[in-house]
Design a binder for this molecule. Structure first.
Ligand SMILES: Cc1cc2nc3c(=O)[nH]c(=O)nc-3n(C[C@H](O)[C@H](O)[C@H](O)COP(=O)(O)O)c2cc1C
Length: 255
């Protein structure tokens, strides 16, 4: 069973490829959270896998809460792996996942990561399409290599893009993430067409439509930025930073 979380499709792209290579099933963490489903029987699966993006050199809060709450029945003798997507470097995000799983008596044996187009529009503009395609194409061999390693059983940490001082960087960045992931600077322009997609896709249930426009009803969210990137008319903004920046969706998956 491969659990995935995605805001803009990179992690779904990786998860779908791994599912095909490993011949396993995919489970959406966001859907499970919506349905309040936290118990999973792995009896008919060979794997327990997690695929998600790196946020602030750490784990998206929605993923962290899910792993903490989830019960994985019959996890003994499964091959356990994490595959992270990031814009450039992971810090010690995979180690954080390892700690969370070890609290459940599960040993995270295989760790992988790949750089994909960076969707953190609050800090930078999104790369142009040419660069996006290059990164997506380059990721394919990494994904295939990871599935071969998992099938062959050479347990190890294969992440080579942690960046400098990953432990320290992740420690401080994670603290910053918890402070910064508030919702008060999100808003919708008058060009909003009231399609309600943002409300539907928000993994935190943080968006509700009021008077034909999204409003952010929770003080904090995961900051996955799916609402900003996937709005069909680019009406959703965050402070003034996002007005003139490109939006991003992985072009090879159906979101
Ligand atoms: C809130 C947030 C924080 C991020 N932090 C990092 C980071 O610390 N390091 C990094 O390389 N990329 C970072 N990124 C970029 C994403 O990890 C990357 O674009 C990822 O592939 C997005 O996955 P998705 O399309 O499945 O949502 C961040 C993105 C967001 C939205």
């Amino acid at each position: 069973m491969i659990f995935y979380f995605t805001g803009t499709g990179n992690s779904l792209y990786v998860a779908e490829k791994l599912r095909d290579e490993l011949d396993d099933t995919l489970v959406s963490i966001a859907s499970m959270k919506k349905n309040n489903t936290y118990e999973f029987d792995l009896v008919s699966s060979d794997y327990l896998g997690f695929v998600f993006p790196v946020y602030y050199y750490s784990i998206p809060s929605v993923v962290e809460k899910f792993i903490e709450k989830a019960k994985f029945i019959n996890h003994d003798n499964k091959k356990v792996f994490v595959f992270l997507t990031c814009g450039a470097t992971t810090g010690s995000a995979a180690e954080r996942c390892k700690v969370l799983l070890s609290k459940k008596g599960i040993d995270l044996e295989y760790m992988f990561a790949v750089a994909m187009p960076d969707n953190y529009i609050l800090l930078y503009n999104i790369d142009n399409e040419e660069k996006q395609w290059k990164m997506i194409e380059q990721s394919e061999s990494e994904i295939l290599r990871a599935s071969e390693i998992i099938i062959n059983g050479d347990k190890e940490d294969y992440i080579t893009i942690k960046g400098p001082f990953p432990g320290i960087v992740s420690f401080f960045a994670h603290k910053a993430y918890n402070r910064l992931r508030n919702t008060k600077k999100f808003y919708a322009l008058d060009s909003c067409i009231n399609c309600k997609l943002c409300e539907e896709i928000c993994p935190e249930g943080s968006i509700e439509i009021a008077d034909g426009k999204p409003t952010w009803v929770n003080k904090k969210c995961s900051h996955c930025l799916a609402c900003i990137h996937r709005c069909p008319v680019e009406a959703i903004q965050y402070s003034r930073k996002t007005n003139n920046r490109r939006r991003y969706k992985n072009p090879l998956v159906k979101l």
